[in-house]
Design a protein around this ligand. Structure first.
Ligand SMILES: O=C(O)CCC(=O)C(=O)O
Length: 288
């Protein structure tokens, strides 16, 4: 993509000490205003097109759970790595301000995009189970993650917005188990884990206008309920890792079955064509 073609304006966040302390204490940071909404109509079209299976670049995303012609109406629709298929999504998830905020909150010297998600919870759209993002990337060293969740519709509790458990990034990491999409009890794994550790669950709902953002630590427990409104709840998500992360030399289970296909012979290095560096302290970034 030619850089001058950029149309989505992201606001550079200058994190103050209180925000950094809040993040360290709670495991998340919620921002009212991050992405300017001027061109959101284009994103709504892109969502439609992606879930119709029409890919602007001609490249298929790495994972999807839903298509217009075959998907049930009440399921939350998800695509992983839409940035490879769509230039508008790429522009957003590879934004340098996003990478900078992730790195600064986690104390990294740079951020790399590991994967994106495009999420569409329609009216009546079902739950997503509580989980920890870093539990899914045991094929990466170090096994960590930082996520930036960007709703492109106004979101609140009734709409099945994202929910966090305060301070749960300090509870360690538990391997993923159970059903991720549409479980009846979307808090089952969370409740079991918290009770094993004798922890109290305090929930924070992300209630922000379209264009806001929520950043969370890879160990923070999060999930979401049913969309009980008549409006869509759509979000774009960037999952980042430190810019100098590597493939785990031996782990091959879980999502490694999909993403280790991008591992080159004789090296554990992550190829920037598939895992772009989006911000570093020194100024380097992949020319995506
Ligand atoms: O949008 C949601 O409900 C879930 C998002 C999520 O799991 C994530 O951003 O890591």
């Amino acid at each position: 993509m030619i850089k001058d073609d950029k149309i989505f304006v992201m606001i550079e966040i200058s994190l103050n000490e209180d925000q950094k302390k809040d993040f360290q204490k709670n495991g998340f940071l919620i921002i009212e205003s991050f992405l300017e909404t001027t061109h959101f109509e284009r994103l709504y079209e892109r969502f439609q097109s992606l879930f119709n299976g029409n890919f602007e670049t001609g490249i298929e995303p790495d994972e999807w759970n839903w298509k217009f012609e075959s998907g049930p109406k009440d399921v939350t629709r998800q695509i992983c790595n839409a940035w490879k298929s769509d230039n508008s999504i790429k522009e957003i998830v590879c934004n340098e301000f996003l990478g900078k905020a992730c790195a600064e909150l986690m104390g990294w010297s740079g951020s790399r995009l590991l994967q994106d998600n495009v999420l569409w919870k329609p009216p009546g759209g079902k739950t997503l189970a509580y989980h920890q993002d870093a539990a899914y990337d045991d094929w990466i060293v170090p096994q960590t993650m930082m996520t930036c969740w960007m709703p492109i519709d106004n979101v609140d509790k009734e709409k099945g917005t994202l929910e966090y458990v305060k301070g749960s990034h300090l509870w360690g990491l538990s391997p993923p188990k159970g059903q991720f999409h549409s479980p009846k009890d979307y808090k089952k794994e969370l409740n079991e884990y918290a009770s094993k550790l004798n922890k109290e669950i305090q929930i924070q709902y992300v209630e922000v206008p379209a264009g806001g953002a929520a950043f969370h630590h890879g160990y923070t427990w999060h999930g979401s309920g049913i969309n009980n409104t008549n409006s869509n709840r759509r979000a774009i998500v960037a999952h980042c890792v430190p810019s100098d992360s590597k493939f785990h030399p031996t782990n091959t289970g879980g999502t490694a079955r999909i993403y280790k296909k991008y591992k080159k012979l004789e090296t554990d290095e992550l190829d920037e064509s598939f895992f772009p560096i989006i911000w570093t302290k020194g100024g380097y970034r992949t020319n995506v």
